[in-house]
Design a protein around this ligand. Structure first.
Ligand code: UN1
Length: 523
């Protein structure tokens, strides 16, 4: 109740308007389908929100378009000053927004707050960026000429986000996009509309204080039809999509059909490699956090654990000990209880997928070395079994072989699959032998191994860590994955450049005509 009130939301269970065109909050049309926000730890309905219709999306785009035309003329440093206040608003609401994430998504409180901190960090970075959105000046081969590369605002950015980081992924895009002079239209996951509504309200309040149109941070809650209307609209210059490979392909096709620009953050299938020379005091907690944290629902979660033969038994013994204490000390449960380390899965469907995956591993000759014996003996305390939450026990398995099919797919649940290897080359081959290419970790104490891992024939992922887990990246560097993960980069590094419309401008400041490449064209 108090969390809702402090974020300007009506009481839990209400029907809430989920379309914001910059001036008014509206419900979907009477024909719209309804989104239900459910607390995954209790099954309680937090809110219902109706989907934006195609017509509504279209008018939101029109409002964002006219707002952006004016905003594009606001100096970048002024946009930065507004972002500074948006950053302060995130900070002021860090606890409440973190708690709302915990209620609606199901991640534990410290991770909910950590997610808001991630947005605060990127907002902070965007404030600085607003003073240095730098183009370049290049020497021309022609006398009396000079070449500029000029970053202009891009226009409209459509941001479609997933349930697992319901605030951060929008923030990564919105903060950079905003200081670059764009309007952002957000289509959040259909299962986390409430967090998106609260976040939008908080941003819009700051925009209003600065007499800027709220349409710079528009919101269209909805499902497939809402998203498709956005991705197919040629007025959207950049579509940023975070979600599954399957939906990512459909979005990519829609955007390609109109030759639009796209930024994809799709599935990960991340491996941690532990070599015989690794420091287990780093490796065991690193793997445990990345495999169990967020109940295995980060795209950076460690799903594959590759162990060098000499260390395998010792490593697994210590890892199983960690999982056992998680279970025995009752650290799985209500995510809003600050002692809990592992909350529920986000959906019933994910719970079913978890059971199916364990069944498949067992029936194809694999072993579950830590995990439930069966659905009726789930290894969970009775209060969780009797409740309506989507709880599961984190599991460690050894599939029948290192080439087992289970190693190819991303299952969004806390299941860690183990394989053994003999040489680093073999481990790198296994690491790279999947479609996805998001994150990877090598645990070693030898410099030569690190060089091989980072280099030309090393890990083919976008994130190539050493003695640091696959999840939990900071915002300062580029974040994203290669191959079927979609090749996108967000947050730091050069990511901001994607939110600009670049103009290459050759200027002749002499009084003579000169053509490049020595071409002569004189009648
Ligand atoms: C995601 O799971 O979609 O590196 C993003 C991490 C976080 C972001 C994860 N900073 O785990």
């Amino acid at each position: 109740g108090s969390v809702f009130a402090s974020l300007g939301l009506p009481a839990p269970g209400s029907k809430i308007p989920g379309v914001f065109d910059g001036t008014t909050w509206t419900h979907g049309a009477s024909t719209s389908s309804t989104l239900t926000s459910v607390n995954p730890a209790t099954g309680a309905t937090l809110a219902t929100v109706s989907s934006a219709t195609s017509a509504q999306v279209s008018s939101v785009i029109a409002a964002a378009h006219s707002a952006q035309r004016k905003f594009a003329m606001v100096p970048a440093a002024t946009r930065g000053a507004v972002m500074k206040d948006i950053c302060a608003a995130y900070l002021e609401h860090k606890h409440a927004l973190g708690a709302l994430i915990s209620y609606e998504m199901g991640k534990v409180l410290s991770e909910g707050k950590g997610e808001v901190q991630e947005v605060i960090d990127v907002a902070d970075m965007a404030v600085g960026l607003s003073r240095s959105i730098a183009g370049s000046v290049l020497p021309s081969e022609r006398q009396g000429h000079v070449i500029y590369e000029i970053p202009n605002p891009l226009g409209l950015v459509g941001v479609i986000t997933a349930f697992n980081f319901p605030v951060a992924v929008h923030g990564w895009n919105f903060c950079l996009s905003f200081v670059c002079g764009n309007a952002t239209i957000w289509k959040p996951s259909p299962t986390t509309p409430l967090t998106a509504i609260a976040t939008t309200k908080l941003i819009v309040k700051v925009l209003e204080k600065h007499n800027l149109p709220g349409a710079l941070a528009s919101l269209v809650c909805g499902d497939v039809e809402t998203g498709q209307t956005l991705t197919r609209d040629a007025r959207i210059q950049l579509t940023s999509f975070t979600g599954s490979e399957h939906i990512g392909k459909l979005v990519a096709q829609d955007v390609a059909a109109r030759l639009g620009k796209i930024l994809l953050e799709l599935g990960g299938n991340n491996a941690a490699i532990v070599l015989d020379d690794a420091d287990l005091d780093l490796a065991v907690p690193g793997v445990a956090f990345a495999a169990v944290g967020t109940a295995g629902q980060r795209c950076t979660t460690t799903r594959r654990l590759l162990l060098q033969r000499g260390i395998a038994d010792r490593f697994l013994e210590r890892l199983v000990k960690f999982y056992t204490s998680l279970q025995q000390k009752n650290l799985i449960g209500d995510p809003t209880d600050s002692n809990i380390l592992c909350g529920p899965l986000h959906s019933r469907a994910a719970v079913e997928k978890y059971w199916q995956t364990l069944d498949t591993i067992r029936s194809t000759g694999g072993k579950v070395i830590f995990g439930p014996e069966s659905q009726s003996s789930s290894g969970l305390p009775s209060h969780l079994v009797q409740g309506k939450g989507n709880f599961v026990l984190p599991a460690i398995t050894i599939p029948s072989s290192s080439t087992d099919k289970v190693f190819q797919e991303e299952v969004f649940a806390p299941i860690l699959n183990v394989a053994l290897f003999d040489t680093l080359d073999e481990a790198i081959a296994l690491n790279n032998d999947v479609r996805q290419g998001l994150s990877s970790s090598l645990f070693t104490s030898k410099l030569t191994n690190i060089g091989e891992w980072q280099g030309a024939l090393g890990s083919d992922c976008g994130i190539v860590n050493v003695n640091v887990s696959t999840s939990g990246a900071e915002v300062g560097a580029g974040f994203g994955g290669n191959k079927a993960t979609g090749w996108g980069r967000e947050c730091g590094g050069d990511a901001w450049k994607q939110y600009c419309r670049w103009a290459t401008s050759t200027v002749n400041y002499s009084r003579k005509v000169a053509l490049a490449q020595g071409v002569v064209f004189d009648a």
